[in-house]
Design a protein around this ligand. Sequence first.
Ligand SMILES: Cc1ncc(COP(=O)(O)O)c(C=O)c1O
Length: 350
Amino acid sequence: MALRLEKIEKSKISGVDFSNLKFGEVFTDHMFECDFENGAWQTPKIRPYQPLTFDPSAKVFHYGQAVFEGMKAYKDAHNDIWLFRPDQNQKRINISAERLDMPAFPKEYFFEGLNTLLKLDSDWVQKGEGLALYVRPFIIATENCVNASSSNKYKFMIICSPVQSYFAGDVRVVFADKYSRAANGGVGFAKAAGNYAASFYPTKLAANEGYQQVVWTDAASHEFLEEAGTMNVFFRVNDTLLTAPTSDRILDGVTRKSVIQVAEDEGINVEVRDVRVSEIVEAARKGELLEMFGAGTAVVINPVLGFSHQDESFELPNVENSYAALIKKRITDIQRNLAEDKFGWRLKVE
Ligand SMILES: Cc1ncc(COP(=O)(O)O)c(C=O)c1O
């Protein structure tokens, strides 16, 4: 694959305080970019990270034809860099793209671009607990035309942002009973930009009440628990772990499927089935709801301390032998090359 490479003259890394990073605010020296024109992806290039220039009529600004991905790279004690299940992100961006009527980005281009970029910016992948490089591939519609129809031009990009141990703080959630994130036949399963835009307002309303996240319920009845802002959700009732099946409303999370596999490997009973709001409320009343947690790339596993539903609020107990803690450790040890890669999930950047 021909890849055009333009390197920076001087790295900006010395000006970055890696001990004081806010998530997603600082970007590395280079970016990967490939344009789709005349029905084909053109020669990809890597060039210094910089602003882009677009015509105000570019379709992405008007119709939100945009999809993205999120993954992380980790550096181990030997300075090797590892990605966690990147094949899943590569497949998923094309699943999202298809639903938004955008062209698939070729797998060879994706991995060649990703590897070259990570090798070039390898100093930005810092070693140590919690430190990682967040990798953001995305595709946007770039045709200059405000006709409400699919674009005939697109741009695929990968940008990278160093991140540090992400402590989300205490998280309490609201079970949605008015607003919805996704509907049957809609785009909930896609990582489409508009899904996130639509979730911000209800999330702000929840924040005004002191809750950090909304757990979305099914749009038709609000009776079934689906997923949180950027995480799939798990419930531990006694010693059983429950999570909703993926559907056209729910993102097929990489962390979610890894949690299920690790939990089963630990001998934990996992039930992937519709989870009723009423059964979780009932379990909480009886003291049988022992844990609730979100699973997603940014935090891996984020324990939830309490939730509210309609006018009631509940606090979760402090459990010993937390499933969340056990599963998080097993996954992060695999991600950072601190444990055997039993499931073949790591990919070395070389
Ligand atoms: C809506 C939504 N659900 C779930 C997830 C978790 O997916 P993953 O584990 O692949 O990061 C994400 C984040 O990517 C998300 O945006």
